[in-house]
Design a protein around this ligand. Structure first.
Ligand code: ADP
Length: 195
Protein backbone atom coordinates (compact mmCIF):
# COMPACT_ATOMS: atom_id res chain seq x y z
CA UNK A 1 0.00 0.00 0.00
CA UNK A 2 1.37 3.39 -0.99
CA UNK A 3 1.43 5.79 1.97
CA UNK A 4 1.26 9.53 1.39
CA UNK A 5 2.01 11.86 4.30
CA UNK A 6 0.41 15.30 4.34
CA UNK A 7 1.55 18.04 6.66
CA UNK A 8 1.64 21.80 6.94
CA UNK A 9 1.75 24.48 9.57
CA UNK A 10 -1.35 25.54 11.46
CA UNK A 11 -3.85 27.17 9.10
CA UNK A 12 -1.98 26.11 5.97
CA UNK A 13 -5.02 24.16 4.80
CA UNK A 14 -3.85 20.57 5.27
CA UNK A 15 -7.25 19.44 6.57
CA UNK A 16 -8.90 21.14 3.61
CA UNK A 17 -6.55 19.34 1.22
CA UNK A 18 -7.29 16.04 2.98
CA UNK A 19 -11.02 16.60 2.50
CA UNK A 20 -10.40 16.72 -1.24
CA UNK A 21 -8.44 13.47 -1.12
CA UNK A 22 -11.41 11.94 0.71
CA UNK A 23 -13.77 13.06 -2.04
CA UNK A 24 -11.47 11.27 -4.52
CA UNK A 25 -12.12 8.10 -2.50
CA UNK A 26 -8.79 8.05 -0.70
CA UNK A 27 -8.84 6.98 2.96
CA UNK A 28 -7.32 9.61 5.25
CA UNK A 29 -5.77 8.77 8.62
CA UNK A 30 -5.94 11.88 10.80
CA UNK A 31 -3.05 11.33 13.19
CA UNK A 32 -4.00 14.16 15.56
CA UNK A 33 -7.58 12.90 15.90
CA UNK A 34 -6.40 9.31 16.38
CA UNK A 35 -3.86 10.43 18.99
CA UNK A 36 -6.63 12.23 20.90
CA UNK A 37 -8.74 9.07 20.85
CA UNK A 38 -5.88 6.76 21.80
CA UNK A 39 -4.95 8.87 24.81
CA UNK A 40 -8.33 7.84 26.27
CA UNK A 41 -8.55 4.28 24.95
CA UNK A 42 -5.03 2.86 25.04
CA UNK A 43 -4.04 1.19 28.29
CA UNK A 44 -0.36 1.43 27.30
CA UNK A 45 -0.61 5.22 26.97
CA UNK A 46 -2.70 5.57 30.10
CA UNK A 47 -0.24 3.57 32.23
CA UNK A 48 2.76 5.53 31.02
CA UNK A 49 1.11 8.95 31.44
CA UNK A 50 0.01 8.05 34.96
CA UNK A 51 3.53 6.87 35.77
CA UNK A 52 4.88 10.19 34.52
CA UNK A 53 2.30 12.67 35.84
CA UNK A 54 0.27 10.86 38.49
CA UNK A 55 -3.21 9.41 38.38
CA UNK A 56 -5.02 12.75 38.36
CA UNK A 57 -3.85 13.37 34.80
CA UNK A 58 -7.00 11.32 34.04
CA UNK A 59 -10.40 12.57 35.19
CA UNK A 60 -12.71 10.38 37.31
CA UNK A 61 -14.51 9.44 34.07
CA UNK A 62 -11.22 7.89 32.83
CA UNK A 63 -10.72 10.54 30.16
CA UNK A 64 -7.57 12.61 29.99
CA UNK A 65 -7.57 15.95 31.79
CA UNK A 66 -6.77 17.96 28.66
CA UNK A 67 -6.37 21.25 30.47
CA UNK A 68 -3.94 19.81 32.96
CA UNK A 69 -1.89 18.05 30.30
CA UNK A 70 -1.83 21.12 28.05
CA UNK A 71 -0.75 23.27 30.99
CA UNK A 72 2.12 20.90 31.75
CA UNK A 73 3.47 20.58 28.23
CA UNK A 74 2.76 23.95 26.61
CA UNK A 75 5.82 25.64 28.01
CA UNK A 76 8.01 22.60 28.52
CA UNK A 77 9.64 21.13 25.42
CA UNK A 78 11.08 18.35 27.60
CA UNK A 79 7.68 17.23 28.88
CA UNK A 80 6.14 17.62 25.43
CA UNK A 81 8.85 15.36 24.08
CA UNK A 82 8.16 12.79 26.81
CA UNK A 83 4.44 12.79 26.03
CA UNK A 84 5.13 12.42 22.32
CA UNK A 85 7.43 9.48 23.00
CA UNK A 86 4.58 7.80 24.85
CA UNK A 87 1.88 8.53 22.29
CA UNK A 88 3.66 8.28 18.93
CA UNK A 89 4.53 4.55 19.00
CA UNK A 90 0.87 3.75 19.71
CA UNK A 91 -0.34 5.99 16.88
CA UNK A 92 2.19 4.39 14.59
CA UNK A 93 1.08 0.87 15.49
CA UNK A 94 -2.57 1.84 15.03
CA UNK A 95 -1.79 3.41 11.64
CA UNK A 96 0.01 0.27 10.47
CA UNK A 97 -3.01 -1.87 11.41
CA UNK A 98 -5.38 0.63 9.79
CA UNK A 99 -3.39 0.53 6.53
CA UNK A 100 -3.84 -3.22 6.21
CA UNK A 101 -7.63 -2.73 6.31
CA UNK A 102 -7.79 -0.22 3.43
CA UNK A 103 -8.67 -1.15 -0.12
CA UNK A 104 -7.57 1.79 -2.24
CA UNK A 105 -4.72 2.67 -4.59
CA UNK A 106 -3.03 4.59 -1.78
CA UNK A 107 -3.74 6.09 1.64
CA UNK A 108 -3.12 9.52 3.14
CA UNK A 109 -1.70 10.15 6.62
CA UNK A 110 -2.34 13.68 7.87
CA UNK A 111 -0.19 14.97 10.72
CA UNK A 112 0.68 18.46 11.93
CA UNK A 113 4.19 17.43 12.94
CA UNK A 114 5.03 14.83 10.28
CA UNK A 115 8.63 15.99 9.89
CA UNK A 116 9.25 17.00 13.51
CA UNK A 117 8.09 13.58 14.74
CA UNK A 118 10.00 11.55 12.16
CA UNK A 119 6.74 9.94 10.91
CA UNK A 120 7.65 11.05 7.40
CA UNK A 121 10.15 8.19 7.26
CA UNK A 122 7.23 5.73 7.16
CA UNK A 123 5.76 7.39 4.06
CA UNK A 124 6.38 6.65 0.40
CA UNK A 125 5.63 10.27 -0.50
CA UNK A 126 5.21 13.46 1.49
CA UNK A 127 3.24 16.59 0.70
CA UNK A 128 3.74 19.92 2.44
CA UNK A 129 0.82 22.37 2.26
CA UNK A 130 1.98 25.97 2.41
CA UNK A 131 0.32 29.38 2.61
CA UNK A 132 1.57 32.87 3.47
CA UNK A 133 1.82 33.49 7.20
CA UNK A 134 -0.70 36.33 7.19
CA UNK A 135 -3.29 34.14 5.43
CA UNK A 136 -2.69 31.34 7.92
CA UNK A 137 -3.12 33.66 10.89
CA UNK A 138 -6.33 35.11 9.45
CA UNK A 139 -7.77 31.66 8.68
CA UNK A 140 -7.07 30.30 12.16
CA UNK A 141 -8.44 33.44 13.82
CA UNK A 142 -11.65 32.98 11.86
CA UNK A 143 -11.78 29.22 12.47
CA UNK A 144 -11.19 29.35 16.22
CA UNK A 145 -12.10 32.86 17.29
CA UNK A 146 -8.60 33.29 18.73
CA UNK A 147 -6.10 36.16 18.78
CA UNK A 148 -3.20 36.87 16.43
CA UNK A 149 -0.78 36.43 19.36
CA UNK A 150 -2.31 33.06 20.20
CA UNK A 151 -1.84 31.80 16.65
CA UNK A 152 1.70 33.16 16.46
CA UNK A 153 2.62 31.44 19.74
CA UNK A 154 1.52 28.12 18.27
CA UNK A 155 3.31 28.79 14.99
CA UNK A 156 6.52 29.55 16.86
CA UNK A 157 6.53 25.98 18.18
CA UNK A 158 6.38 24.42 14.74
CA UNK A 159 9.16 24.12 12.20
CA UNK A 160 9.17 26.83 9.53
CA UNK A 161 7.98 26.01 6.02
CA UNK A 162 11.59 26.37 4.84
CA UNK A 163 12.72 23.63 7.24
CA UNK A 164 9.86 21.37 6.20
CA UNK A 165 10.29 22.05 2.48
CA UNK A 166 13.78 20.57 2.62
CA UNK A 167 12.28 17.18 3.50
CA UNK A 168 9.03 17.40 1.52
CA UNK A 169 8.58 15.44 -1.69
CA UNK A 170 5.83 17.70 -3.01
CA UNK A 171 4.41 21.08 -2.10
CA UNK A 172 0.80 22.20 -2.49
CA UNK A 173 0.48 25.97 -2.47
CA UNK A 174 -2.74 27.13 -0.82
CA UNK A 175 -2.19 30.84 -1.30
CA UNK A 176 -5.30 31.76 -3.29
CA UNK A 177 -3.11 32.44 -6.32
CA UNK A 178 -2.75 28.84 -7.40
CA UNK A 179 -5.85 26.65 -7.26
CA UNK A 180 -5.40 23.65 -5.01
CA UNK A 181 -7.62 21.19 -6.89
CA UNK A 182 -5.47 20.98 -10.06
CA UNK A 183 -2.36 20.51 -7.88
CA UNK A 184 -4.11 17.74 -6.03
CA UNK A 185 -5.41 15.97 -9.10
CA UNK A 186 -1.93 15.88 -10.62
CA UNK A 187 -0.59 14.27 -7.45
CA UNK A 188 -3.50 11.82 -7.25
CA UNK A 189 -2.75 10.69 -10.79
CA UNK A 190 0.85 10.17 -9.92
CA UNK A 191 0.15 8.15 -6.77
CA UNK A 192 -2.46 6.00 -8.53
CA UNK A 193 0.00 5.06 -11.26
CA UNK A 194 2.75 4.26 -8.78
CA UNK A 195 2.22 0.55 -8.80
P1 ADP B 1 -4.92 23.23 8.92
O1 ADP B 1 -5.57 21.86 8.96
O2 ADP B 1 -3.64 23.21 8.15
O3 ADP B 1 -4.78 23.90 10.26
P2 ADP B 1 -7.41 24.00 7.65
O4 ADP B 1 -7.53 23.11 6.47
O5 ADP B 1 -8.26 23.69 8.83
O6 ADP B 1 -5.88 24.17 8.08
O7 ADP B 1 -7.66 25.50 7.16
C1 ADP B 1 -7.72 26.56 8.11
C2 ADP B 1 -8.99 27.36 7.91
O8 ADP B 1 -8.84 28.09 6.70
C3 ADP B 1 -10.24 26.50 7.74
O9 ADP B 1 -11.31 27.15 8.35
C4 ADP B 1 -10.42 26.41 6.22
O10 ADP B 1 -11.76 26.26 5.88
C5 ADP B 1 -9.85 27.75 5.75
N1 ADP B 1 -9.17 27.68 4.45
C6 ADP B 1 -8.35 26.70 4.00
N2 ADP B 1 -7.90 27.00 2.76
C7 ADP B 1 -8.44 28.20 2.43
C8 ADP B 1 -8.34 29.06 1.29
N3 ADP B 1 -7.61 28.75 0.22
N4 ADP B 1 -9.03 30.21 1.31
C9 ADP B 1 -9.77 30.56 2.40
N5 ADP B 1 -9.91 29.80 3.49
C10 ADP B 1 -9.24 28.64 3.52
Amino acid sequence: MIKVGITGGIGSGKSTVCQFFKTLGIPVFEADVEAKNLINSSEAIKNQLIAEFGSDIYLPNQRIDRKKLAGLIFNSPTLLDKVNRIIHPEVREYFEKWVTLQKSPYVVHEAAIMFESGFYKMMDYTILVTAPEQDRIKRVMERENTTEEGVKARMAKQWTDEQKAELAGFIIKNDNKELIIPQLIALDKRFRSHG
